[in-house]
Design a protein around this ligand. Sequence first.
Ligand SMILES: *[C@@H]1O[C@H](CO)[C@@H](O)[C@H](O)[C@H]1NC(C)=O
Ligand SMILES: *[C@@H]1O[C@H](CO)[C@@H](O)[C@H](O)[C@H]1NC(C)=O
Ligand SMILES: *[C@@H]1O[C@H](CO)[C@@H](O)[C@H](O)[C@H]1NC(C)=O
Length: 271
Amino acid sequence: MAQYSSHLLCLLLSIISILSFGQTEATTIASLVPKSLYDSMFIHKDNTACPANGFYTYESFVEATRRFPRFGSVGSLETRRREVAAFLAQISHETTGGWPTAPDGPYAWGLCFKEEVNPQSNYCDSSNTEWPCFSNKTYQGRGPIQLSWNYNYGPAGRALGFDGLRNPETVSNNSVIAFQTALWFWMTEQSPKPSCHDVMIGRYRPTTADLAANRTGGFGLTTNIINGGLECGIPGDGRVNDRIGYFQRYAGLFNVATGPNLDCEKQRPFA
Ligand SMILES: *[C@@H]1O[C@H](CO)[C@@H](O)[C@H](O)[C@H]1NC(C)=O
Ligand SMILES: *[C@@H]1O[C@H](CO)[C@@H](O)[C@H](O)[C@H]1NC(C)=O
Ligand SMILES: *[C@@H]1O[C@H](CO)[C@@H](O)[C@H](O)[C@H]1NC(C)=O
């Protein structure tokens, strides 16, 4: 009897360890995105012409994902690959150094910048009293998703364990935190917007208002979440097409279909 239970216990423990191993996020990401694939996506990120050269390492990317275990780990292998391809495409557009006739094409230049060049303001929304700006700090785009505005630096910092309002430069000085701010934005629902993660894993359910605004699921909706106020509802917007171009290239490298609704030109932005 004792022996029988210890065998049973042993069996249970191995099942549990197999299950939890399967869920190990770092393993998931490193197997979904091996270093060779990362390098073939971001061919020119360490080019000396890129201000971010040396910053966005593979190791920092993988380490950052450990904080977000659900990223790239929900759904079928196809869904997981598509989500990661969409995320990497969006951060590539945000940091692109590409141009139409660039070597290896316009979509081989993601992760070239870590900080917005020539910001037109300090990105302080002073009407936001929950996340007040420091007058000597600026909240322009930084990191893979080009985190902007005090109302994003504040909550991102709180979620990730740094003072985003006092030390916004952390996002361009610490590459693990930089990737984490992008993942934080991707994974976090900011009402009335769904999270990009929920959109790409098919968990998003449009409301009646969303349907009336053509905000159906797909890559185009993640563009709407990220910068729809400036880019969506406009026919043939070049920025939107750059995002799509990156996604199509990466989906090809991941050998996965892009899915429907790549564009947001027919979508109304969120309020
Ligand atoms: C920036 O402002 C904060 C709050 O007013 C202050 O604590 C800090 O010393 C200032 N930093 C510099 C470099 O002036
Ligand atoms: C941190 O970032 C700021 C702004 O990008 C830069 O001026 C500063 O030199 C950086 N500090 C370190 C220690 O890298
Ligand atoms: C929704 O899309 C249709 C065509 O696909 C378009 O005619 C309509 O104007 C769009 N609605 C909005 C609110 O943009």
